[in-house]
Design a protein around this ligand. Structure first.
Ligand code: ADP
Length: 354
């Protein structure tokens, strides 16, 4: 409001006048735009644009991570799997059966002042039934099963791995009795290198896990089962009392176990009566449970493709070559398929003792 504005500055007085008279003059300066201006303008635009894109992408990524984390936290499900669904692995099953009682009735163990089992480490080659065993433990005790992979904790955002660990346990506690299954624990439980190194972030995540596991002050009915095929790389602190102090080796199945696994996975398949699963068990030395299941699946695929009524020895033979050939591609130094099969057959004369 120019009228209430009193000044003796003549320039302001002039300005006041022109404002009141709405007589504003546009003073045109030197409006020549040089090529340099255009180029730097474009440059600034690109810079700002890409910065915004980057920030947006990053926040989207972070949002995704958060969402994934929330999903993991809420990923509680009951499983119907039982120990009889795991063929072989008798010792491991015996050891885990002891924990079923604890999961069902932790208060009882508390009353007797019994030592609280917290963590079980299952170690051995992939595909040997470690996940299956952890699920069966939850199934037998009729408690929730929370599964997560160690690699899910390996984060690019500082501190997110550790907060994920805390969240996982917080939610498990809310849930009450449950089995937490951490697959590939080696991804987060590698030997620590110390603060100030590039593995600072993973150290923090591992420390969070160690703290959480020591934090089970009373019997809460939570058991953490972890799996790895690289026990040698694990940080010693993970294996100390109160953490994963129960360690069970899950080896490749021996000939008897292979037969049981083959029988289990052929239950729902029309296997020809001429197929001798006992003999097949002898021929499949070094096959894991997963590989045996794969062999039967491939055989069923071949039989189905050929519209055969049953799965014959011929189908199994073809599948055998396919399954081994798949491996062969991965392992260039491997001996030829045929040689491998003959070796397997001879070696298995006594069965493979693991
Ligand atoms: P791991 O966790 O040791 O890598 P999994 O438990 O995930 O192995 O096994 C993969 C699959 O292989 C299982 O879902 C199952 O179909 C089959 N399998 C492995 N071991 C066994 C077993 N002992 N008995 C029955 N099936 C098995």
């Amino acid at each position: 409001n120019g009228e209430n504005f009193i000044t003796d500055n003549p320039r302001i007085e002039n300005l006041k006048e022109s404002l009141l008279l709405k007589d504003i003059e546009v003073i045109e300066g030197d409006s020549k735009v040089t090529l340099k201006d255009i180029v730097s303008g474009i440059f600034v635009l690109i810079l700002v644009g890409s910065l915004m894109y980057f920030l947006n992408k990053n926040s989207k990524q972070a949002q995704k991570e958060m969402l994934k984390m929330a999903n993991i936290e809420n990923d509680n499900h009951k499983t119907n799997l039982k120990f009889h669904d795991v063929a072989g692995n008798e010792e491991a099953k015996e050891s885990l059966k002891e924990l079923v009682g604890f999961l069902k009735n932790p208060e009882k163990f508390e009353r007797y002042g019994a030592r609280i089992p917290r963590g079980v480490l299952l170690y051995g080659p992939p595909g040997t039934g470690k996940t299956l065993l952890a699920k069966a433990l939850a199934g037998e005790a009729n408690v929730a099963f929370k599964a997560i992979s160690g690699s899910d904790f390996v984060q690019v955002y500082a501190g997110l791995g550790a907060s994920r660990v805390r969240n996982l346990f917080k939610n498990a506690r809310k849930e009450g009795k449950c089995v937490i299954f951490i697959d590939e624990i080696d991804a987060l439980g590698k030997k620590r290198r110390g603060i100030g190194t590039s593995s600072d972030e993973s150290d923090r995540t591992l420390n969070a896990l160690l703290t959480e596991m020591s934090g089970f002050a009373k019997n809460e009915g939570i058991i953490v089962v972890a799996a790895t095929n690289r026990i040698d790389t694990l940080d010693d602190a993970l294996l100390r009392p109160g953490r994963f102090d129960r360690q069970i080796e899950i080896g490749l199945p021996d000939v008897n176990a292979r037969k049981k696994i083959l029988e289990y996975h052929s239950k729902n398949k029309p296997i020809d009566k001429n197929v001798d699963l006992g003999r097949l068990a002898y021929e499949t030395v070094y096959f894991s449970g997963a590989k045996l299941e794969n062999l039967l699946n491939e055989s069923a695929m071949i039989a189905a493709k050929n519209n055969n009524i049953t799965i014959t020895l011929d189908h199994i033979d073809k599948a055998f070559y396919q399954v081994i050939a798949g491996e062969e591609k991965k392992d260039r130094s491997a001996i030829s398929i045929k040689e491998k099969k003959i070796t397997a057959y001879h070696e298995s004369g006594h069965g493979l003792v693991t």
